[in-house]
Design a protein around this ligand. Structure first.
Ligand code: HEC
Length: 251
């Protein structure tokens, strides 16, 4: 009986470890790594600015309070009020979107999702590639499609910065099999105000911010982890010295 339980537990654990891997590898072009660094405060500050300027018009981040974000990201209250709080009066308020949900549903067919936990549910690599994956597609109402979220109803709101690109697909048909289209890469049609590298950095900062808001305590947790290790090391030395002192006369 115990053995059976043990085996099914092992199978369950194995399934839990394998399933995220299987999910990550299904469909779409391979995701490039976002390589964002949450200990980089200036990057997080730029990300907050990008988010408030380019995303909060449609997306809320309802679990984020301006004052706690300000503390973590080292913004003064004045900086918060002057530069980031377009739609809020008090620093204890949360980030709301400027667009009423019922209206956005009419405009886009779907309500733009709240982005508080998006980096945790989709992963930062996903968002990094999504924001770099818009390409011209005249058949879509927004004029663009996306390699990561095919048929998305989000317009290319960063098009002025990135420019407009075309996606190149390769059609391959093997005898006896259905034809497949494979994504090859992008070609720029009209340039934006940023170079490709500047745009990547802009998106990386934005993703870094989304990663931070999806779990703000992870910054503190890392700091606490380091201090815990330092404490344990010092304690070990003290304990060793104490042991020597106590056993000195016995041995
Ligand atoms: C003009 C309104 C608008 C703006 C501005 C906007 N979005 Fe969106 N966004 C949408 C809509 C609509 C959707 C839903 C898309 C869908 O489900 O096809 C969406 C969906 C998303 C998603 C979810 C994708 C998924 O897989 O479900 C992410 C992530 C996202 N937006 C990030 C951003 C970021 C980051 C910004 C700022 C740089 C931004 N959005 C600005 C309208 C907007």
């Amino acid at each position: 009986m115990h053995k059976v339980k043990g085996i099914s537990l092992a199978a369950l654990l194995l399934a839990l470890t394998i399933s995220p891997l299987a999910m990550a590898s299904s469909g779409g072009p391979a995701l490039e790594a976002a390589d964002n660094d949450m200990s980089n405060i200036p990057s997080l500050q730029r990300g907050a600015r990008n988010f408030m300027n380019y995303c909060s018009g449609c997306h809320s981040a309802q679990y984020v309070r301006f004052n706690s974000m300000g503390k973590d990201l080292e913004f003064s209250d004045k900086q918060l009020v002057d530069n980031l709080m377009f739609n809020a009066e008090k620093t204890y308020e949360t980030i709301r979107s400027n667009m009423p949900a019922d209206q956005s549903k009419v405009w886009f067919g779907v309500t733009p999702p709240d982005l508080s936990l998006m980096a945790r549910s989709r992963g930062s690599d996903y968002i990094y590639n999504f924001l770099r994956g818009f390409y011209a597609d005249a058949s879509r109402p927004t004029g663009v499609n996306n390699t990561v979220l095919v048929g998305t109803s989000m317009p290319h709101v960063l098009g002025g910065l990135q420019g407009l690109q075309r996606a190149v697909f390769h059609e391959s048909s093997h005898e006896g099999q259905a034809a497949t289209t494979e994504f090859q890469g992008f070609e720029m049609i009209t340039a934006g105000t940023m170079s490709a590298e500047e745009y990547d950095n802009f998106v990386r900062d934005t993703v870094n911010f989304l990663d931070y808001i999806s779990e703000p305590v992870q910054m503190k947790r890392r700091v606490i982890g380091v201090w815990t290790l330092i404490f344990l090391t010092l304690f070990l030395i003290v304990a060793y010295m104490l042991k020597k002192e106590i056993w000195k006369d016995v041995t």
